[in-house]
Ligand binder design. Structure first.
Ligand code: G1P
Length: 291
């Protein structure tokens, strides 16, 4: 079945980034000159998905404005014949985005369920808002790899990366039954295990393609405390042999973390056609001063 919908849960309050996140929603934090949420939406270009549901916290209307029209700006850019900037502006409104507000934070599954009116029982791509995935020319984008595996098998599929030592406890972790051509059959899930409890060195990153039955499974989840755990649904899929996993090509930036956010800014600036060479000069010069 062809994948047509995507959900981006982006309702976190971003308290790790206070004070900027007091008035600016975390998904609008900029890496170089683009908000993180736009990078994530653009990961869907590789699979031709334009229908996106973004789950936001209250007071996030600036995200809606970013993906909508600003006629005064458009007219000004046209009047000044700023061709390049016109294209940059247009790229922000090429998606068909629905916004839903998650009023009460009740876990990742709770956030995904907010998108249910737009997704129903269709399969969906799921992209968590704290990570950016970057594929160089010649590398297969992560979302493309996941979508291909889903379309070949009809099974839900998650992206993983190898992680060692204490870092294992920062991520969901998978048990691997078998592996053929880089596609792993997952037989168990453990959310944020200690090093001793880990089932493998494969951590779950925030990129998933879920089959049409998953939304129904989320509706049946029992809350633990106030939260509905997405991992519980993944665990059910794994038990039934309906969950696959794969590694991805390219870089992953954890922009939910201050160091990861700085790394994303430096590395994406280094790739920039406009300022990359100057940034490289600066980084070399700076590194000499740091010795
Ligand atoms: C979530 C998932 C976890 C996954 C992680 C990836 O955790 O629950 O399985 O490894 O994203 O970033 P969170 O970081 O939201 O606590």
């Amino acid at each position: 079945m062809k994948l047509k919908k995507a959900i981006i849960p982006a309702a976190g309050l971003g308290t790790r980034f206070l004070p900027i996140t007091k008035a600016v929603p975390k998904p609008m934090l900029s890496v170089l000159d683009k908000p993180t949420i736009q990078y994530i939406a653009e990961e869907l270009d590789s699979i031709g998905i334009e229908d996106i549901v973004i789950v936001v916290s209250p007071d996030s209307d600036v995200i809606e404005r970013h993906f909508g029209r600003n006629e005064r700006l458009e007219q000004r850019l046209i009047a000044d014949n700023k061709t390049e900037l016109i294209e940059i502006e247009k790229a922000t409104r090429k998606f068909n985005v629905q916004f839903v507000t998650q009023h009460v934070p009740n876990g990742l599954a709770g956030a995904i369920l907010c998108a249910e009116p737009y997704v129903g029982d269709q399969p969906f791509a799921l992209l968590l808002g704290d990570e950016l995935l970057y594929a160089e020319a010649g590398q297969k984008p992560c979302m493309k790899r996941l979508a291909e595996i889903f379309e070949d098998t009809g099974k839900s599929v998650i992206a993983t990366m190898e992680v060692f030592g204490d870092d294992l406890s920062k991520y969901g972790n998978i048990g691997i039954e078998s592996e053929v051509d880089g596609v792993m059959q997952v037989n168990a899930i453990k959310e944020k295990p200690s090093v001793n409890e880990a089932l493998s060195n494969n951590a779950i990153i925030g990129r998933y393609v879920m089959s049409g039955k998953v939304m129904g499974m989320l509706k049946d989840l029992k809350p633990k405390g106030n939260e509905l755990y997405f991992t519980d649904a993944l665990d059910r899929l794994a038990e039934n042999g309906e969950l696959l996993a794969t590694c991805f090509e390219g870089e992953r930036y954890d922009v939910g973390d201050k160091l990861g956010y700085i790394k994303a800014n430096v590395e994406i600036a280094l790739k920039s056609e406009e300022i990359g060479t100057d940034v490289a000069e600066y980084v070399k010069e700076l590194s000499k001063r740091l010795k």
